[in-house]
Design a protein around this ligand. Structure first.
Ligand SMILES: Cc1cc2nc3c(=O)[nH]c(=O)nc-3n(C[C@H](O)[C@H](O)[C@H](O)COP(=O)(O)O)c2cc1C
Length: 184
C-alpha cells in the first residue's frame, strides 16, 4: 500500500542556503533559503518572497550563496527567522565577512563554501544567479585541493519535521555502482 498526499511538495533533501547581499550603503545581510538549487552548469535558482534580501537585490545585482553547516546552525537559523529590515543580523551574529573578489556581495567567513553570483534573472519570486566564482576556505580542502565534504559538515532542511539534518558518509560511487546490473 502507498499513501497519496495529493498536491504536496516535500522535496528532500533541501539545502540550507545562506544568501548574502549588501544594501545600497554597503551594509551586509544574510538570509536562509531552502527552496533553491543548481539549475544549469553555472546557474543557481532560488525561490524568494519579499525580504530585505530582495530589497538589496533591487539595488545591487550581486549575491553570494553559502552552504550552512552544523557549526553555523544557530546563526543560519537566526538568518531565517529575523529580517534584516529590523535587525543588523550580521552584527548580532558576530560573523566576520569580506567583500567577494568577483561580485559586490559579502562572503561570511564561518561558511566554508560560498558561491559568488551575478543576478541573471529576478522575476516574481524567482532569482536566477550566474555563478562567477566558487570560494572555499582552504581549511576545508582535502590533500588534493578539492572540497572535503566530511570536514564541512553541511546540513539539510527537513520540510516535514522542520529540522536541520546531518548529511551522512559515502553510501556508494556515482556513475559506477549501477554497473553491477549492466551485464546481468
Ligand atoms: C529553514 C528556512 C528556510 C527558508 N527558506 C526560504 C526560501 O527558500 N525562500 C524565502 O523567501 N524565504 C525562506 N525562509 C525565510 C527567510 O529566511 C526569512 O523570511 C528571513 O527573515 C528573510 O531575511 P531578510 O528579510 O533579512 O532578507 C526560510 C527560513 C528558514 C528558517
Amino acid at each position: 500500500m502507498r499513501k497519496n498526499f495529493e498536491r504536496k511538495l516535500q522535496f528532500f533533501p533541501l539545502p540550507v542556503l545562506i544568501i548574502g547581499t549588501f544594501d545600497k550603503d554597503g551594509n551586509p545581510n544574510a538570509m536562509n533559503a531552502a527552496w533553491g538549487g543548481q539549475s544549469d552548469t553555472y546557474e543557481v535558482s532560488i525561490c524568494l518572497s519579499d525580504h530585505k534580501t530582495t530589497d538589496n537585490l533591487k539595488v545591487n545585482d550581486s549575491f553570494t550563496v553559502a552552504f550552512a553547516t552544523e557549526d553555523t546552525l544557530v546563526e543560519s537559523d537566526f538568518f531565517g527567522i529575523v529580517s534584516g529590515r529590523k535587525v543588523d543580523k550580521i552584527k548580532k551574529s558576530g560573523f566576520e565577512y569580506v567583500k567577494g573578489d568577483y561580485v559586490n556581495a559579502p562572503i561570511f567567513k564561518p561558511y566554508p563554501v560560498t558561491l559568488e553570483c551575478k543576478v541573471k534573472l529576478f522575476e516574481g519570486e524567482r532569482l536566477v544567479g550566474e555563478v562567477v566564482n566558487l570560494s572555499v576556505d582552504e581549511a576545508y580542502l582535502d590533500k588534493d585541493g578539492n572540497i572535503d565534504y566530511d570536514k564541512c559538515k553541511f546540513i539539510s532542511y527537513d520540510p516535514v519535521k522542520h529540522t536541520y539534518r546531518r548529511l551522512g558518509s559515502i553510501a556508494g560511487f556515482a556513475f559506477s555502482a549501477g554497473k553491477k546490473l549492466m551485464n546481468k
